[in-house]
Design a binder for this molecule. Structure first.
Ligand SMILES: [Zn+2]
Length: 311
């Protein structure tokens, strides 16, 4: 999807995707083109088309790919982009421990049944660093919470923030639940405070369209964190639903009769249920499907569940 925002210079080009694939941001500068994030691995061909196409590089070569964080929906296309363009790959310094050596859990495969193509990275960024993209200097800031090692990128001249999953228009990436003090929620609050300090005019999030009502989005995100801190069970239920919709977006459909077996087989669901929710697989599946259908996230017909949103 081509997204033209009057607050963005023409060299800063968000390509808005869905909830399986992160957004891509193309920063155009001939001879020094940069792309932020690469989507999910099963959509790698489409990712390459979007990057090369009229909303992206328009056929120009790509010099560098930078990840906001190394989750499967943001780094899944790294290998394909590197092999198509021969570009440099840069990841947050804190993510190195997750992707080198590459293991199935690098893509959260073991715990959450997600995938990513293994890739080689060339260098790293950390908070306090800077890079050039689209003819501008971008500051690198810490964006912990959803991913404790995530980064976000800020361009001070136009006050553009590339926030990854630290802030979306109506929330943020899920944050790990805990009883009592929760370091993940505390970190997520710190990231929101840092965004408030930067005072961006426009935020390009990791998912969903760019937005300008940053104060409104910060208030929404903070209210969600408060609710999740008060009620870790609510948070765990939210995470189970997010994980399942993600799995469904990858598959596009699943027989309802197989859902209980799926949540029994993939350890992340049992972990959430054993620690917080307290439902056996069949009951967890039944509650989850009802809740997702009621909320409009999935459609169920003919004994098959399908996602109601774009991948
Ligand atoms: Zn994401």
């Amino acid at each position: 999807m081509d997204y033209m925002n009057p607050l963005l210079p023409p060299t800063v080009r968000p390509i808005v995707r869905g909830w399986l694939n992160s957004n891509i941001v193309v920063l155009r500068e001939l001879g020094d083109n940069v792309v932020i994030d690469s989507g999910y691995c099963t959509h790698r061909e489409h990712t390459l088309e979007l990057i090369a196409g009229p909303a992206g590089l328009e056929g120009e070569p790509l010099e560098r790919l930078i990840n906001t964080h190394c989750h499967s929906d943001h780094m899944g296309g790294n290998a394909a982009v590197a092999s198509a363009h021969g570009c440099r790959i840069t990841i947050p310094e804190g993510e190195v421990k997750h992707v080198r050596p590459w293991t199935p859990q690098s893509a959260w495969m073991a715990l959450y049944d997600q995938r990513a193509d293994p890739f080689h990275f060339d260098d790293t960024l950390r908070a306090g660093d800077a890079f050039e993209g689209g003819g501008f200097d971008w500051q690198v800031h810490a964006a912990p919470g959803h991913d404790m090692d995530a980064l976000m990128f800020f361009e001070p001249r136009h006050r553009i923030l590339i926030s990854g999953d630290a802030l979306w228009q109506n929330g943020m990436g899920f944050v790990w639940p805990d009883e009592g003090y929760n370091e993940h929620i505390a970190a997520a609050r710190d990231a929101l405070d840092a965004i408030e300090q930067l005072a961006p005019a426009v935020v390009i999030p990791g998912h969903g369209a760019p937005f300008s009502d940053v104060a409104g989005s910060l208030a929404t995100a903070r209210a969600k964190l408060d609710a999740f801190e008060r009620d870790p069970v609510k948070n765990a239920r939210h995470i189970v639903k997010v994980l399942f919709v993600f799995a469904l977006l990858e598959r596009q459909s699943m027989p309802v009769a197989e859902v209980a077996g799926y949540v029994d087989r993939v350890p992340g669901y049992r972990l959430m249920s054993d620690r917080f929710i307290g439902l056996a697989p069949a009951a967890l599946a039944e509650w989850m499907l009802q809740d997702l259908e009621r909320g409009g996230a999935v459609k169920i017909s003919g004994g098959v569940v399908r996602p109601a949103m774009p991948a």
